[in-house]
Design a protein around this ligand. Sequence first.
Ligand code: HAS
Length: 563
Amino acid sequence: MERVVKLSRFTQRILWWELFIPTVLLVLGVYHGLLQTLYRAGIIQSTSFLGLEYYQGLTLHGVINAVVYTTFFAVAFGNALFIYYLEKEPKPLWNGLSFGLMTLGTILAAIPMLSGDASVLYTFYPPLKAHPAFYIGAALLIVGSWVAFFNWIPLYLEWHRENPDKKIPLAILGIMATFIIWLVATAAVAVEVLFMLIPWSLGWINTINIPLSRTLFWFFGHPLVYFWLLPVYIMYYVMLPKLSGGKLFSDNAARLVFLLFIVFSIPVGVHHQFTEPGLSKDTKLLHSLFTFFVAVPSLITAFTVAASLEHGAWSRGARGLFSWMFKQPYWDKDKYLFPYLVMGLVIFIFGGFTGIVNASYNMNLVVHNTSWISGHFHLTVAGPVILGMLGMALYMMEHISGRRCPWRWGAMVFPYLWTIGLAFLSTGLMIGGLHGEPRRTNLGITYLNPQSDLYRPDWETWTTITAIGGVILFIAALVYFIAFFGTLIWTKAGDEVLYFPTSEPLHEERKVAWLNQLAPWIMVLIFLIVVAYTPAIVEVLENTYANAPGYTPANPLPQLPNP
Ligand code: HAS
């Protein structure tokens, strides 16, 4: 009998709401994704089905899907991992405070987004200016997630004191790495929001240093992607081998991966700013170099996880070089989490490859600000990240509510449908991008407008393929929502418990001290931040772009004059 952990009523309710609220919002986020693809293809003439304009819909799409959903999920998952693997329940008071702050922050940020006063996209780059409530809401969401993390630290230390000779459970090491990265990264965006954006949006200061604010944003913005990815890596290492019927190929390699992410996730943010003035080519080169280092833990993951899947398949009779790929529980409804994870991995092969293209300075100049970038991030955030999170949210919801999903077939088919949709969407976006199709573009104003003399007909095929992907993704999402919300109203079938499938390591590896400590890796991280960011910050403070006024996107924007 597998170990299950019973939950206190309070914690059960918190976990339930932490999964429920972002999933409800996701309905709106996904819907706006569909509208974007139809609009870009010229199939609909505006994105205003709900009275929202283009940048407003795109802001909702990015903020809900990439920031709100992922943050709520990471906190819920972290709470659940501490309860399950350390058998220690986070303090209810702090748990409640964390949830309250995140919810309040989300509501505060949602009001100006819905009223059209915060159409600044998820990157909220100045000079785009939002209502102060948007920035204050975002800050509260982040502080709420910090409170959750601070609630876990004493449990982590207590466990170490009680078990000095044992290895910290891998899932706990993974979630601690995730939130260390998050804490350090969000500190920079907190400086940007508190000292630059809020005073500016309140009218206390009139102008803003754009390169500085963007540099602070990307100090946060790139590690943000690993804050999304690492919870899913925990699933790949801790749960997937077990679901495949095998064991984790190397526990020590898995630990090394999480620790390398602590070191390399942050000093790379300037790779988002290769084309920007104000930063020297030397700084850009340094960040480009570090970006290649941050791909290393993912390459280790590719081999370790593939070897674990191979072990699973071989344990069930697979032989030969490639049969391990096919002898997997792809269609086992009782293991529906498997396809969410494995399809995420398959998608990430392409997401990772395109990331390496982006990181290469000279190739970045070809793809930057084109729809190629949107293709890349849908193969990462909308691929492994969202698939893993959606699968785990449904799986956790079943257990913590004691209800069985009434449509397991739908739950199992969703990741395959999603993968097909994503293949169309990203192919269209990326090839369109290679033909110069821009990202973040309101068709009404530019060369994507068929009425304009600047119109480029060769983009039409690719925007149409993107729209086909958008429709398939939307249908897939409906399947998921039926499975998820159906579970909430289905009759109870058992106790409200937590259970995670947990892989054993293939080899009994000895405890390696430096793979079970966080402090030395945090020291290296601080050193690398100083090396990578001192020149960047000095340069953007010295430059001459410091005094930009604010700008609010209006719709429709004026047509560009014909040449
Ligand atoms: Fe990225 C832009 C570089 C990973 C997300 N990225 C973005 C943006 C987002 C994003 C959202 O250097 C746009 C931001 C904006 O709004 O402007 N990215 C990288 C690199 C990696 C990378 C080098 N990105 C991610 C991940 C994301 C994400 C992960 C979300 C979760 N990215 C960039 C750069 C830019 C950028 C530039 C700026 C571009 C610009 O100009 O604006 C690396 O971490 C990728 C390493 C990954 C691998 C893949 C390993 C493969 C695995 C799968 C194995 C499969 C198996 C399955 C085992 C090397 C682990 C086998 C089973 C079978 C059945 C076959």
